[in-house]
Design a protein around this ligand. Structure first.
Ligand code: NAD
Length: 480
């Protein structure tokens, strides 16, 4: 049993004020592997006071001093990569190979992107008016992260705060405290001054809300569901904080007849199922040019049937379980809605996959599922399912494809597959989403990540990620 009964506040591991606890369950067996103490508003007050005191000096550090700390953070992160990968796999069910190579590695990838961005950041410049503009850290930041990409999200918030000279309190998802705990050890070992980074475990309505409402917190950076993001915005409104939000998605994948169909459709199916469909930017709606629709369905079905599901503790490129029982029930309910609504099940369906290894029979495994002939009025077309469920529908013209792709309240990512560069550029321009993926190519670390519409605001990653944590100050040149 892993006992998490200390928070990291003011550079020390301290006993929380709160005595409320929650079990930590592992998704592949639903067994309890640990227990975490959930904080309260007194714990938040302590952490905010430590971050506020540390801001006085940390905000005055030079860029070179902060770059040196970030480089040290990279060394320590690299050394703890395996620990992070194993913790993530246990707490949220990502298969171990992917957990180490992709989930944990993102902590380092983003860090390298932020180091390059900070090196190129002009902290001070002279404006055409002759006035001097400086970029300064915003203050104490409250950072709230979800469970699906735990270290990816922590890195996307903690690193830009540390890079700009801001100080912070991290509240990771209450469901994934293990990787967050290791991350705090990493920051500590990297040698950050006491109070610059603080970790308080807890749930949204208590710790998350106390942070959002706190008068000494200057900014909230939130990643999670649209529902909770909207609650953070409301809580933050009275103290007029800056709020940045990275929320959900229902990203379209436009398949044009002139693409390399076999490769792109297989890849589209695999990307939808990746991380067991629990990625905010997953391509979950496949829109297919009608002339290749039937051919696409054949390829997609074969790709879904070939998708291996298995024990996350085993090496390999299979997918793991859904994250918990609630998530499993939600995904099953959405599959049922699809069936009831008249969509055709092309692959998978309700229940658990056959042939699960005996040791994980109690895990939250779902069948990789594809619905075809889905219409835009169906819930499975419109709502984020957050499981390995792909919906497919045909379109007739480019115009219609773009309109259907954009007909969503979300705008995080959009994918398009075409053999024509002209078409790729033309369509990409019209898609209302923060990140466009073309023919299997994605943006790299250091590029901005974030959404249009109800997928959020602000951007994470690289220079644009730093900007969210900076205030602008202007003064005239000195004269007597
Ligand atoms: P969630 O909204 O339930 O929880 C996310 C975090 O918010 C957790 O730390 C939780 O404790 C906290 N929280 C919950 N209610 C809160 C409240 N009232 N005030 C303050 N904090 C609160 O989401 P989840 O289930 O952990 O994550 C899945 C969701 O996150 C999906 O919708 C997914 O699309 C989204 N997501 C978005 C991105 C992105 O970058 N856009 C990345 C990953 C996940």
């Amino acid at each position: 049993m892993i006992l998490i009964d200390k928070f990291y506040i003011g550079g020390e591991w301290v006993a929380p004020d709160s005595t409320t606890t929650m079990p930590i369950l592992t998704p592949s067996t639903n067994a309890q592997i640990g227990q975490v103490t959930l904080g309260n508003s007194v714990d938040v007050d302590r952490a905010v006071a430590a971050a506020k005191a540390a801001f006085e000096t940390f905000s005055m550090t030079t860029k070179d001093e902060r770059l040196a700390l970030l480089r040290r953070l990279a060394e320590v992160t690299r050394a703890r990569m395996d620990d992070l990968g194993h913790a993530i796999s246990k707490e949220m069910g990502a298969p171990i190979t992917m957990s180490c190579q992709v989930q944990a590695y993102s902590g380092l990838g983003h860090l390298e992107g932020y180091i390059a961005a900070l090196e190129s950041l002009d902290e001070q410049e002279t404006l055409p008016s002759g006035d001097i503009l400086s970029r300064e850290p915003i203050g104490v930041c409250g950072l709230i992260t979800p469970w699906n990409w735990p270290i990816n999200q922590i890195a996307q918030k903690v690193i830009p705060a540390l890079a700009t000279g801001a100080t912070c309190i991290l509240k990771p998802s209450e469901h994934t405290p293990l990787s967050a705990q290791i991350y705090a050890e990493i920051v500590h070992e990297a040698g950050y001054p006491a109070g610059v980074f603080n970790l308080v475990h807890g749930d949204g309505p208590s710790v998350g809300s106390a942070m959002s409402r706190h008068p000494d917190v200057a900014m909230m950076s939130f990643t999670g569901s649209t529902r909770a993001g909207s609650a953070v915005s409301k809580d933050a409104a009275d103290t007029v904080k800056r709020v940045t939000l990275e929320l959900g998605g229902k990203s379209p994948n436009l398949i044009f007849a002139d693409c390399d169909l076999e490769t792109r459709v297989r890849e589209g199916v695999a990307s939808c199922f990746y991380n067991t469909g629990q990625s905010c930017d997953a391509p979950t709606r496949m829109l297919v040019e009608r002339s290749v629709y039937e051919q696409t369905l054949v390829i997609a079905r074969s790709a879904a049937e070939a998708q291996q599901v298995g024990d996350p503790a085993q090496e390999g490129d299979h997918i793991g379980p859904l994250f918990d029982g609630l998530q499993y029930d939600r995904v099953q309910a959405m599959i049922q809605k699809g069936i009831d609504g008249g969509a055709r099940v092309l692959a998978g369906g309700l229940g658990r996959p056959d042939d699960l290894p005996v040791n994980v029979q109690n895990g939250w495994f779902a069948r990789p599922t594809i619905f075809c002939d889905v219409t835009p009025d169906m819930a499975i077309w419109r709502e984020e399912i957050f499981g390995p469920v792909l919906v497919i529908t045909p379109f007739d013209t480019e115009e219609e494809g773009i309109a259907m792709a954009n007909d969503t309240e979300y705008g995080l990512a959009a994918y398009l597959q075409t053999g024509s560069e002209e078409r790729a550029i033309r369509v990409a321009r019209r898609l209302r989403a923060g990140g466009i993926h073309i023919n299997g190519r994605d943006a790299g670390y250091g590029s901005p990540f974030g959404g249009f519409k109800q997928s959020g605001n602000g951007r994470e990653g690289g220079l644009f990620g730093l900007e969210d944590y900076l205030e602008l100050k202007v003064r005239p040149p000195f004269a007597l």
